[in-house]
Design a protein around this ligand. Structure first.
Ligand code: AHR
Length: 518
């Protein structure tokens, strides 16, 4: 997208007005101080990762339309979706689940499609899974996307042997039963898959195990997931649910750290007792979701504090491999397909969460929003041959500037957004410096009514030029539909004033802004 260019050369004058198209009255002022020369950590691009399960229309209809489809595709994978995900530089893709992973038999998903056994997808709608999208199709998808595969193995109902053979099938280049089978199925060279999840939610759908039992299982599985040649594995232990700190503690204590590169965490932004509608909500539920989203910070901090106790050198990463909003399914849709709309509220949740993950990048090395297409907090919807981008997609597009950039330390003072007798900080921010020296600042204003002026002071750098992109909407529940696909789309942002030691940004109510500062 073309960005508005605001250029000031030479000395900066106090309050040079660069643009002004303010929405609502200016409420109060926030201050962000960014230390542009004090960054020490890198924000892994893998924090911007994705998750796609055999669930509803994520895989089938989402990516996969089959070789005979009229929908433009390459090897059965739809082109529009590949192009949209390439545009946000999708860094990794977790597959095949989720709960599905612990029922999946990978060997049923290889060989001639017509001969592949079928299974029941018991978790997700009880539909028949015909295994037409299997290992080769997934690896082709990753190659088309230019993304790193993250494969989750079956610990709950599978065996050590099955998972070990899957690794051999994908990663061994010599002569062996699995490498030979791969060749029979049309692939000569090993793909070399690095990232492996060892089970999923093994405290629940992945086997209802205790933390102690899972830790022992993990040790067995991880031992037999071998490194082949140059293909070194990055093994991720199936982690805790939300605030289950005992799970994290037990795994950190019982699993030798040389067997584990990461430990996962799942935390959905939802009220499990009453999830509510994705689009039919007032300010009370808006506030409630944002409050729950911000409470993830405390949970992550506590999981990290436990990891710090056992691993102060940070050899084991926290992998936040399922997160996002979870509402009631859209009326009339299969309850097992988890299809929900996606509004400006979801964009704010994405902006807040990604800002926080950036901040914790010294421990968090990967995260995966659930899920990429047609499921939960989706980035993309498909309907027949049509494709639609959600507000959450636009956040990933705007935030891609943070990939592999240096995190810049910042301090923030924010006015409060109050609803009833509860308050949340209205403004949230993250800043990074990319390899070419550009500074990017992502700012979120969750106040649904108040425009807020943010005084952004930059230390350790000069400001010559600012470009901005804004995502906001008319209503907090505004969303895109196939009929109205442009209700919530990014636009150029120019409400920026230059001041002596930085800039003043006028942030509209319920908005996300990403600035590029040079
Ligand atoms: O993302 C949907 C489901 O949520 C996943 O299958 C499971 O891991 C989690 O409970």
């Amino acid at each position: 997208m073309k960005l508005l260019r605001l250029t000031i050369f030479g000395s900066m004058l106090l309050c040079t007005v660069m643009g002004f198209s303010q929405q609502g009255s200016v409420g109060s002022e926030a201050t962000v101080i960014i230390n542009a020369d004090l960054g020490t950590e890198t924000i892994s691009r893998h924090i911007y990762g994705h998750f796609s399960e055999h669930l509803g229309h994520c895989i089938y209809g989402g990516y996969w339309v089959g070789y005979e489809s009229d929908i433009p595709n390459k090897n059965g994978i739809r082109n529009d979706v590949v192009e949209a995900l390439q545009n946000i530089h999708i860094p990794n893709l977790r597959w095949p689940g989720g709960c599905f992973a612990d029922e999946y038999r990978w060997m049923d998903g290889i060989g001639p499609a017509s001969q592949r056994p079928k299974m029941v997808n018991t978790h997700w709608g009880g539909v028949t899974e015909d295994n037409s999208f299997g290992t080769h199709e997934f690896m082709d998808l990753c190659e088309q996307l230019g993304t790193a595969p993250v494969i989750c193995g079956n610990v709950g109902s599978g065996s050590v042997k099955e998972m070990s053979q899957w690794v051999e099938y994908l990663n061994f280049d010599g002569i062996s039963p699995m490498a030979d089978l791969r060749r029979v199925n049309g692939r000569e060279t090993a793909w070399g898959v690095k990232y492996w999840g060892v089970g999923n939610e093994n405290w629940g759908c992945g086997g209802n195990m205790t933390a102690e039992f899972y830790a022992d299982q993990y040790r067995r599985y991880a031992t037999f997931c071998r490194n082949y040649g140059e293909h070194r594995l990055y093994k991720i232990a199936g982690g805790a649910n939300s605030e289950d700190y005992n799970w994290t503690e037990t795994l950190m204590k019982k699993i030798p750290h040389h067997l584990m590169d990461g430990i996962s965490l799942h935390y959905y932004t939802t009220n499990w007792n009453n999830k509510g509608s994705a689009t039919e909500f007032g300010e009370e539920l808006y506030f409630e979701i944002l409050r729950r989203c911000l409470s993830i910070e405390e949970a992550i901090d506590r999981h990290i504090a436990i990891m710090d106790r056992y691993d102060p050198e940070k050899n084991v990463a926290l992998i936040f491999d399922e997160w996002g909003t979870w509402y009631d399914v859209e009326p009339g849709t299969n309850p097992g397909f988890l299809f929900q709309q996606n509004s400006m509220r979801d964009a704010l949740v994405a902006g807040l969460t990604l800002n926080y993950l950036n901040e914790k990048c010294s421990r968090i090395k990967m995260a995966n929003i659930a899920q990429t297409i047609n499921v939960l907090q989706a980035l993309i919807f498909t309907k027949g041959d049509q494709m639609l981008l959600t507000p959450t997609y636009h956040i990933y597009d705007m935030y891609k500037v943070h990939h592999d950039a240096e995190l810049l330390p910042l301090s923030l003072e924010s006015p409060e957004y109050t609803f009833g007798n509860e308050s949340l900080p209205a403004i949230n921010a993250s800043a990074s410096k990319s390899i070419d020296g550009k500074i990017h600042v992502s700012l979120v204003n969750i106040d649904p009514e108040q425009t807020i002026e943010v005084v952004l002071k930059l230390r350790g750098t000069d400001v010559h030029e600012v470009n901005g992109t804004l995502l906001t909407s008319v209503e907090i529940s505004s969303h895109n539909t196939f009929e109205k696909p442009r209700e919530v789309v990014p636009v150029d942002f120019n409400d920026v004033k230059m001041i002596k030691d930085g800039i003043v940004v006028t942030l509209p109510a319920k908005s996300v802004v990403v600035l590029e500062i040079m």
